[in-house]
Structures are given as C-alpha cells and as structure tokens.
Design a protein around this ligand. Structure first.
Ligand code: GLN
Length: 532
C-alpha cells in the first residue's frame, strides 16, 4: 500500500511547484524510498497535446505515447524513472471517463454528481497508479493555485483520500510565495496566511509549508508562519531562488525535510544519501569551455516551450565539463551570416505550421555553407531534408504540411495520418525502435545498433526521394527496423549535421546525458576551438 504526499500551491503560479514536488521525490529517493509522481491538471483539455506552447510550455511525451504536462519531465529527470501518461490526470480525463460510464449505464440509474462520482473517479485514477507502480510513496501535485474553481473537486477527492487511507498515510504540503517588499524592506507572510486559510476552507490542513522566496527568509519569519498557519515549526521550510533547479533537493533537505516527512508518514528508511545528486549539481556548475548555441524556434519568447531541450543541453555540457550559453532566435527574424557566425552550433527544435519556416531553412543553408554544427529535431530534421533537396536540384522541395500540393513533397503526411479528423492524441506518439547505421555520427554517439526514442509527428521523410537524395550525399543514419521510416539523417563532409525525426531531449537525465546531445555539444566545442 502506498503512502501519498499531496502538493498544493498558493499565492501565485509559476513558483516552481513542479520542481519542488520533484525535489521532494528526489529527497525521498535518497533515503531509499521508491517514489512515483502524479500531476493533476485541472483544465478541461483531455491532455496537453492540443495546448499552445505559449500557454502551457512544452508538451512532454512519455514512453507510452501520451502528451503530458511539462512537470512530468521534471519528475522523470529528478526521479530518473519513465512515467506512464496516466500519471497526468486532467479534468478532461476524469469527466470523459465518468460520462462514458454513465452512457454505458454503469451508475444503475443514480443521479451522477461531482460528489461522489467525479471525486471517486479521481481517487480511483490515483490509486490505479499506486497499484500499477507499487511505489512506496505517490507524490500528487495539484496544478494551479488553491482557490481556483476548477481544482475544487480534486482537493475534495484528496481530502477524502486522507480519511480513507488514514492520517499516517497521507500528508499535505503547501507551497507558497513570500514576497519581499523593497519599499518596506521586509518579507510579507500575509499571502501565505491567506492561501493556507483558503486551503483549510476545503477541509485540508497542511502538514508542511514550503515558502518560496527571492532571498532566504529568517527564522523569526518561519516562527510567524508556523504560528499563523498552524503547522509545526520544523515543517516550515524555505526554498529561496537558486541558480540551478537541480540544487533544490539539497537546499530543501538542509532543513531536514526528508526526516520530517518520513516521521510524519511513519516510514522506516535508510540514512539519506544525496552524494550522487550533489555530484550532479557540482558538475552542472563547472565552468569549463563555454559554447554559444543558437536555437531557432517559433516559441522562443517562452523558454518553457523548449524546456527539455534546454535541460538536455545542460546535462550534455556537464558531462563534458563545459557550459552552454543558449541564445534564442525567433525563426521569423531575418537571419544573416553575420548573426549566424557568432554561434558555435545551431539547433532547430520541433514545431508545427509554416510560421518561421523560412528562417529555419536559411539556418540549414548557413550551417551547410559555413560548416556550423546543426542539430535538427523533428520539424528541424524535416527542414534539413527540405533545404538539402532545394540545394541539390529540387528547388520546389517542401513539406505537404506547408504546401499541400508541393511539386516535390520530400516530407509528406504519413499514410496512417491521412484520414485523421481528431487532432488530439492522434499523431505518431511515444517510443519506437530505430536501427542505427554504422560509421555515422549517430552510431559513434549511441554505440548501439538499436535504440528507442520518443516521437510526436504526423509528417515523415518521403521514401520516393530516398534513393535520389542518398545519391546526392544525404546519409540515412537511422531507420525503423522494417526500413520503412527514415528516422535520422546526416550529410557527409560536414563537421556535424544531424537530424532526427524523434525527440531525444525527453530521455536526457542529469546523471545520464543523452548521447546525441553529448556528441552535439562536443561538436560545438570543437568548432569553437577551430575558430580560435
Ligand atoms: N509538424 C511536424 C510533423 O507533424 C513536426 C512535428 C514536431 O516537430 N514535433 O510531422
């Protein structure tokens, strides 16, 4: 039977509740506790797949092919586990399941209501994860802030869960923000008091309060919060801003958070061992060779839209004792050689739609002409193929995503995608095997014949152009095991030019950087050396 730790948020959003929850998980891991995590998103969308990255940041794809909230990425990276898409529970999933049951007559004539039917469904989805994973602790992060109308059924369900599972088996952690008022020269605890009161009005008393703040808060302030919010003094934990998100578990456990939680949940555990994690934090701090990488994307104003790529670059740099300075380039802005030359390497991430395509194609051309390492991910790979074809005699080459009757559709809709009507959850999604060709950059990086990578796309390399493009020097370095789908491309006579149809960024971990990212950052370092 699992124990549950519910993490709620108060005062404002964007205070790093997901990182805090993931850090609690990491701390418990360091005590030898087996942890899994659930993210509740109270919005009505069934999943994050149809959400604009500007609104909600990156869509994180799980091994089992679900399009989920980016917090699942934090959990996978901090806990070093692969989560199922079922770990992301939304209002959309809960209600559609209840409505389906009602249509089937499962409720035997009763009037279907939020309490008990919706709340029962929420609890059963949570317990299902506990049953499937058999984890000792299930972390449940509730998205949004306490007081939002849409999160109420979830809080009610979690309140019931505590009564059903027993006080010793469920604890509540409330993450708040303690603002510093410069004019008054002091921190203010009132917002924390108010949001705790709001939480309490749902019948939930927090067992622990984590105070996010810009700067460290003093002991007197913690006394005050403990007093007014009615939590034990030891359970008021401060999490001030830090340089690297990976430092958070260490900061939190300095205040003995792990001991408190294990005591509260009456769990036996080993002594904590955060040594490996501190090594990771230290390696991320190393300030060796600095390389400048330009990311040419469509959603660059919101860095969260490419969060896994940013983290994967950091992991790779740490492994090489280097540091990556990322510059975000809006794909619609005109690029020129001058601008491009200051980068040691370029990366074109995934994306949808035509906006910004010209800038991405220009970047491919500059990379080829100037021999600048270029990494293309998903749409990035498709742009590489289009531009390579245009430079080799197929001037009208395009993807049918941008030009439905393109004269040379080198990238085309996948057969099984042709008659799809629903947009949500219908792409080629999740992990698929890929066969790697020897004597390629890909093989040198992976050192394996067969890898598994996560996908999220509708379009693919058009096999009608495969032979001719290969004759023109394009190297197909990765294919599906049946040789039908092109998964990776490279070109000869270039220091580093690699595109992949999948998203390797989702599998990079701080203690296990992704081999392709490592190879790419290494190429950026080599390029920098060449320039000096
Ligand atoms: N829009 C492209 C496709 O659907 C690429 C998708 C992506 O980059 N994730 O195939």
């Amino acid at each position: 039977m699992s124990k549950y730790i519910v993490v709620t948020g108060g005062v404002v959003s964007s205070i790093g509740k997901g990182i805090t929850a993931a850090s609690i998980g990491r701390i418990l891991r360091s005590y030898g506790v087996d942890v899994t995590a659930i993210k509740i998103d109270p919005y009505l969308n069934w999943d994050s797949g149809t959400l604009n990255p500007y609104q909600h940041g990156e869509v994180f794809v799980t091994e089992d092919g679900m399009e989920t909230d980016l917090d699942l990425g934090h959990y996978e990276r901090f806990l070093n586990v692969n989560l199922s898409g079922e770990s992301n529970i939304t209002t959309g999933k809960v209600y559609s399941s209840v409505i389906n049951k009602e249509r089937k007559g499962d409720y035997l004539g009763s009037c279907v209501q939020i309490i008990p039917h919706i709340t029962d469904e929420i609890k059963s989805m949570i317990r299902e994860i506990s049953n499937k994973t058999q984890a000792e602790v299930v972390l449940v992060e509730v998205g949004g802030t306490v007081g939002d109308i849409e999160s109420q059924p979830f809080l009610e369900a979690l309140r019931q869960l505590r009564n059903e599972e027993g006080h010793d088996n469920v604890m509540f952690v409330h993450v708040t923000y303690v603002p510093y008022l410069r004019a008054a020269g002091e921190f203010k605890t009132k917002p924390t008091q108010h949001s705790t009161k709001e939480l309490r009005s749902t019948g939930i008393n927090p067992d622990m309060i984590i105070c996010r703040s810009e700067l460290p808060i003093d002991s007197h302030l913690k006394d005050k919060i403990a007093h007014f919010c009615d939590v034990e003094r030891k359970a008021v934990i401060n999490a001030p801003d830090v340089h690297s998100i990976y430092e958070v578990p260490i900061i939190l456990n300095r205040e003995n958070m792990g001991d408190y939680i294990l005591n509260r949940l009456k769990m036996e555990a080993h002594k904590p061992d955060l040594y490996e994690w501190s090594q990771i934090v230290e390696s991320l701090k190393l300030d060796g060779t600095r390389v400048k990488i330009g990311i040419i994307g469509k959603y660059v104003e919101l860095e969260d839209a490419y969060i896994s790529i940013r983290e994967a670059l950091k992991h790779a740099a740490a492994e090489l004792g280097a540091k990556v300075d990322i510059e975000w380039i809006r794909a619609e802005d005109t690029l020129n050689m001058e601008k491009i030359r200051k980068f040691n390497a370029l990366l074109i991430p995934g994306g949808f739609g035509e906006r910004g395509i010209t800038g991405k194609l220009d970047a491919v051309r500059y990379s080829i002409e100037e021999e600048i390492p270029l990494f293309g991910i998903c749409l990035g790979m498709q742009c590489m193929v289009i531009e390579y074809a245009r430079l080799h005699g197929w001037e009208d080459a395009n993807s049918t995503e941008f030009e439905s009757n393109a004269k040379h559709p080198v990238i085309d809709i996948m057969l099984e995608q042709e008659n799809i009507e629903n947009m949500g959850g219908t792409m080629r999604l999740g992990a698929y095997p890929c066969k790697i060709k020897e004597d390629t950059i890909a093989y040198e990086a992976y050192k394996e014949d067969l890898v598994n990578e996560r996908h999220r796309h509708r379009f693919e390399f058009n096999n009608e152009y495969r032979k001719s493009l290969e004759d023109e020097g394009l190297v197909i370095s990765g294919v599906s095991p049946d040789n039908v789908l092109v998964e990776m491309v490279e070109i000869k006579d270039h220091p580093w030019f690699l595109g992949c149809q999948f998203h390797p960024e989702f599998k990079s971990r701080p203690n296990n950087a992704h081999p392709i990212f490592v190879s790419f950052v290494k190429a950026a370092i080599d390029n920098k050396r060449k320039l000096v």
